[in-house]
Design a protein around this ligand. Structure first.
Ligand SMILES: [Mn+2]
Length: 275
């Protein structure tokens, strides 16, 4: 809303202003990842999109002062010079509404949508992050990253990511007709999903490479309070070896509808009701 537009009595804008002044309300920041819009899972993509829109709307009206959407929002995304993938209108519209109301939305690229360029920034006004971010949220020192290609091992993927993020690869891909480009991408993203190992159990600190990565970051940066990641598709809140800092995996929305809420008191892993 433009600054010179007075809020109507009882309007939503007025309600927010009142809540912000109340000393009893802890303003919060919300994080979520791995919506994978575009593929069906427990629900068809359009129904999952409606859930995400309802969640965004609920948090925004309640107490959100920012959102961090930590990668793989889309099963695949590519921006041709004048063309973007069809769909997701309600999701993108809700992001626009939130940004227009003055609440910042941060979007990270994931391995499925690493080709997001500046469309969401230009069209909606989100802040894009193509790498991890070290920042403060509600007074807590945090690291936020999608999580692909971090930690030990995974050399095949790391090499592939180097190729995919190279300017020439993006340029070549953009020469494909969108029908072919999108078709190929969906074919290969389905293949890679089929070859994934069982994601549903926590393998312990030795085998969970995002835990190993968090421990390494913590050794170099002992002030860190939280390490937030997506990518693993398993919601986890894990106490790191210093007995204080935590590794939080945001999970995904294909099955878990998990997210994290952080305020001055700390972070909490939560689940959106599954309507
Ligand atoms: Mn993912």
């Amino acid at each position: 809303m433009p600054e010179n537009t007075p809020a109507r009595p009882g309007s939503f804008a007025e309600g927010r202003a009142t809540r912000r002044q109340s000393p009893t309300v802890h303003m919060a920041i919300y994080l979520a990842s791995d919506f994978h819009l575009g593929v069906a899972a427990r629900l068809p993509s359009r129904e999952r999109e409606a859930q995400i829109v309802a969640w965004l709307d609920h948090c925004w009206r309640k107490d959100a002062e920012a959102f961090y959407l930590v990668g793989d929002l889309f099963e695949f995304w590519f921006e041709w010079k004048a063309v973007v993938p069809k769909g997701y209108v309600r999701f993108l519209g809700k992001l626009a509404e939130i940004v227009d109301a003055g609440v910042p939305v941060h979007v990270f690229t994931g391995n499925h949508d690493l080709w997001m360029a500046d469309y969401l920034e230009q069209e909606i006004g989100v802040t894009m992050h193509h790498t991890g971010l070290r920042t403060e949220l509600c007074g807590h020192r945090v690291l936020i990253a999608h999580g692909d290609g971090l930690g030990p091992g995974d050399h095949g993927y790391k090499a592939l990511k180097k190729v995919f993020t190279a300017g020439w690869a993006k340029w070549l891909y953009a020469r494909l007709h969108p029908n072919l480009g999108m078709g190929l991408a969906y074919f290969f993203s389905g293949k890679s999903r089929d070859s994934q190992p069982d994601e549903a159990t926590f393998l312990g600190p030795e085998k969970e490479w995002l835990v190993a990565y968090s421990e390494r970051k913590l050794a170099a940066d002992p002030g860190l309070d939280y390490c937030f990641f997506g990518h693993r598709h398993l919601p986890v809140d894990y106490l790191l070896s210093n007995g204080r800092s935590r590794y939080v995996n945001l999970g995904e929305w294909l099955h878990y509808t998990s997210y994290c809420r952080i305020d001055v008191r700390g972070a909490e892993l939560l689940y959106w009701n599954k309507n």
